[in-house]
Design a protein. Structure first.
Length: 190
């Protein structure tokens, strides 16, 4: 799969996340996001076949996994945001961001994704309540159709209640047939 590195969502995210970047910085950010997305797409191809973003998936291997690590304040969240933006430009529909069980950190990550992805629906764990999802189900289903828009991000903590809410959300929007990425922002926390 050829990765689109100049899509609208990515270009908007690049300005929103790092407005001060010069051309070299923008080129480096684009290269890094493209590298991460190519690794993700390669993992999808290995697990699901040669066209992970077209048609129904046929699982042929185990779920694809990857690891990106870095020091505190090293830009991991910005990398997730720009990679998510590029993923949306390339047909991905759902990005799940699992973060700390610390509500302040979860809220900060949610705000970072909202700021960094203008025009993308970014939900937080409070948005995953069943009643609210039922009200938005039609809108979300339209958004997540192949032709319906760029997609949706959900930022949530990793406690058992939040994970159950994520599972319910994914079932509600028929996510089993949508290209998705799950980022575990705090992999050292269970």
């Amino acid at each position: 799969m050829q990765v689109n590195t100049n899509g609208k969502v990515f270009e908007e995210a690049l300005v929103a996340v790092r407005p001060e970047l010069d051309e070299n910085g923008k080129r480096e950010t684009r290269t890094n996001a493209a590298h991460l997305l190519k690794q993700i797409v390669s993992a999808f191809e290995n697990a699901y076949g040669s066209d992970p973003l077209g048609g129904e998936w046929k699982r042929k291997g185990k779920e694809p996994l990857g690891l990106v690590y870095g020091r505190i304040q090293s830009g991991k969240t910005r990398a997730m945001i720009t990679t998510s933006a590029m993923a949306f430009d390339n047909g991905f529909k759902i990005v799940i961001v699992l973060t700390s069980n610390n509500n302040r950190l979860t809220d900060q990550t949610h705000k970072d994704f909202q700021k960094g992805l203008p025009g993308i629906k970014v939900l937080c764990k409070r948005d995953l309540k069943k009643a609210r999802l039922e009200l938005e189900k039609d809108h979300l289903e339209r958004l997540l159709r192949k032709d319906g828009g760029p997609g949706v991000v959900v930022v949530t903590s990793k406690n058992s209640k939040s994970l159950a809410d994520i599972a319910e959300f994914l079932k509600l929007v028929n996510a089993d047939i949508l290209p998705a990425i799950i980022f575990d922002d705090e992999g050292d926390e269970s």
